[in-house]
Design a protein around this ligand. Structure first.
Ligand SMILES: C[S@@+](CC[C@H](N)C(=O)[O-])C[C@H]1O[C@@H](n2cnc3c(N)ncnc32)[C@H](O)[C@@H]1O
Length: 256
């Protein structure tokens, strides 16, 4: 892995990612990783209220992808609590609904889309939720650059972008390399939880459930899972899926 090509962000307090080509770690595992270029850093506009909220609270509750490992205890102001990374939190519907039920857990939501983060920030501030922090950036890079081996108790990926066209399948976040990277970041006994409502993506994941030797596939449900697995809410995307009679598939793995 080569991290030397990473240059620090330009305006760390603003939640803005640097312009130009996004950083992509060169992995030397021979496994498959989602390729960006694809993922556009959608600008999206914040409402005036969201801007004000962002200016006030982002510096404390959020940070940008960079090469500084996250000091979880310092960021959450407490020691020894389990930490879960949610990749692609969207507007944070599940994140904000689950976090109050897992107050002992540190939840870090990773998302590229600033308006989504602004919405979650609003929920966190209004709901006085103490156990959520946010990182703006690509989840693969956040895992690779900001978390050391064996530092996470859980990773969640709920309704990842399905990239339905065959020529875009390589953009899907669930790939052999991502599963390997997640496995290295999880502690022994740590859990990966994935959900999708996209039948074709489910078939894709079905083919990958046993591909990573460090992850034991537990299927769904797994009543003895050591973390909260009930997502609590029907998300926007899940709701759309249900309208179309899509079936929701959930997947759990444990780090050996
Ligand atoms: C289909 S939405 C699902 C959002 C949310 N999990 C839900 O269930 O409502 C997928 C989200 O993943 C985000 N995303 C896609 N690729 C990502 C990446 N590489 N790192 C972080 N977030 C990503 C997108 O911006 C989008 O908000």
């Amino acid at each position: 892995m080569n991290n030397s090509d990473f240059s620090p962000t330009e305006r760390p307090g603003t939640g803005e990612l640097p312009h130009g080509r996004p950083m992509q770690t060169e992995f030397d595992t021979g496994l498959d990783y989602p390729r960006l270029g694809s993922v556009t850093f959608r600008r999206g506009t914040l409402t005036d209220n969201q801007e004000t909220l962002f200016d006030e609270h982002w510096p404390r509750l959020g940070r940008l992808l960079d090469d500084t490992p996250v000091d979880v205890d310092a960021w959450f102001g407490r020691t020894g609590h389990p930490t879960i990374l949610e990749i692609g939190s969207g507007t944070g519907t599940s994140t904000a609904a689950m976090a109050p039920l897992e107050e002992d857990t540190n939840v870090i939501a990773v998302e590229l889309y600033k308006p989504g983060l602004a919405k979650l920030l609003g929920s966190v501030v209004r709901g006085e939720i103490d156990n959520i922090r946010m990182i703006r950036g690509d989840g693969v890079e956040v895992l690779a650059r900001m978390f050391g081996a064996g530092t996470l108790d859980g990773v969640r990926i709920f309704f990842p972008d399905p990239w339905p066209k065959a020529r875009h399948h390589k953009r899907r976040i669930i790939q052999s390399g991502t599963l390997n990277l997640i496995a290295t970041r999880l502690k022994a006994g740590g859990v990966l939880h994935v959900a999708t409502d996209h039948a074709d993506y489910a078939e894709w994941i079905d083919e990958l459930v046993d591909v990573e030797p460090m992850l034991e596939f537990k299927g769904w449900p797994w009543p003895d899972a050591p973390l909260l697995t009930d997502r609590q809410v029907i998300t926007k995307f899940e709701g759309k899926g249900l309208d179309k009679d899509h079936v929701i598939r959930e997947y759990l793995w444990v780090k050996k």
